[in-house]
Design a protein around this ligand. Structure first.
Ligand SMILES: [Zn+2]
Length: 372
């Protein structure tokens, strides 16, 4: 009998640090488990030993399937030494240790386990679709690739199993990543009046952007948009006037944020000191808590965890930003058994009890969706 705990341990034992990823190790471990339970599987390759996996079962009856998604790549171990084996999956005091335990192999294991156990009853129901992605940690590469190729199946609703400690989140912020370039005129450092200093231009633009006020751009659950200048490079040496400076800007969007209007505000604030280039963007994801499916899901979560509370949102983005538009814009939530504060930490762990609860929540969610 499949167990979400054992499956989490098995997934942790594959080193899927991204880069390079090697996610095919996990995809090819999960695929046969799903096939044996009656799922149809499809592997979508994206380079050396890197694969996404889409698995489906059931379908029909005029209602689209319930979709689950999770990524199997993990972040590097970091500079600090680990006191446990990072790819061991050891359990002690109710904690299951390893890189990716919380973010988010436990989430994948919980929905795979729930779906496999219910599989014999899913024929002739709306069914379930699992989208197990590669390359999430470096910009949702696998999800974007499948969306770009039109390979994503339509879904009636989407659960993202990222770590929320089994709290239901109604969505997350989107992003708008920019690079800005200031151009100047170089000159000898002893004669700065002969040149135009690009570092000064960039510095003025950075401060103008940092002072932008997003007070009136807020969303009731996701809060305000934010802006952070993450890096700034300019000049080559001490005794020259620098003729170029560049900096990177991380803007986080909320529903209602209009990237084109924001760009106009940035241009105005920077007053011609820099030019902007868009490096990447994803839309915010939000489903209103009054949506009937969210109301049902809220009850399910409460029946398993006993916890109640307002439905919040996450500041970070997930694969849902790419998957939701590629799957027909279904309502989407973030709900997973990992511990959010453990993501990317040294000695990362998840709680065994929470993973078992996660499987129970997912089981009830499938049963509710498919009318079991
Ligand atoms: Zn994650």
């Amino acid at each position: 009998m499949i167990s979400p705990i054992t499956l989490t341990q098995e997934l942790i034992r594959f080193d899927t640090i991204n880069p390079p990823g090697n996610e095919a190790l996990c995809a090819r471990h999960l695929g046969p488990i799903l096939e044996a339970a009656g799922f149809e599987t499809q592997y979508i390759g994206m380079g050396d030993n890197r694969e996404n996996l889409i698995a489906r079962i059931g379908g029909g009856g005029g209602k689209l399937p319930l979709a689950f998604t999770g990524h199997v790549d993990v972040v590097p171990l970091g500079a600090l030494p680990w006191s446990v084996e990072a790819f061991g999956g050891a359990i002690a005091d109710g904690k299951l240790y390893g890189r990716g335990s919380s973010d988010m192999k436990s989430g994948v294991a919980a929905f795979v386990s729930a779906a496999v156990k219910l599989a014999p009853r899913l024929g002739g129901t709306p069914g379930v679709v699992l989208v197990i992605t590669a390359g999430e940690e470096l910009g949702c590469v696998g999800a974007e690739l499948m969306r770009g190729r039109g390979m994503l199946p339509p879904a009636g609703a989407l659960i993202v199993g990222e770590p929320t400690a089994n709290r239901l989140l109604g969505g997350h912020k989107g992003n708008l990543w920019l690079e800005a370039t200031a151009k100047g005129v170089t000159a000898h450092g002893s004669m700065p009046e002969q040149g135009v200093n690009a570092v000064y231009k960039a510095a003025r633009a950075v401060l103008a952007l940092a002072n932008l006020d997003f007070t009136h751009d807020g969303h009731p659950a996701l809060g305000r948009p934010t802006l952070n200048v993450g890096w700034l490079h300019g000049g080559l040496n001490t005794n020259s006037v620098p003729d170029e400076a560049r900096f990177g800007i991380d803007v986080r969007l909320v529903p209602g944020s209009d990237p084109a209007r924001l760009m106009e505000r940035f241009e105005k604030a920077a007053a011609g000191e820099v030019t902007f280039e868009v490096m990447g963007t994803s839309a915010p994801v939000w489903t209103d808590p009054s949506h009937p499916w969210i109301v049902d899901l809220t009850e399910i979560v409460q029946s398993v965890t006993g916890e109640d509370g307002p439905i919040g949102g996450a500041t970070y983005f997930t694969d849902a930003g790419a998957l939701k538009p590629g799957m027909g814009n279904p309502p989407a939530v973030i709900l997973g058994p990992g511990e959010p504060v453990q993501a990317h930490q040294t000695d990362e762990y998840c709680l065994v009890s929470r993973v078992e609860q996660g499987e129970a929540i997912y089981t009830k969610a499938i049963a509710q969706w498919c009318g079991l």
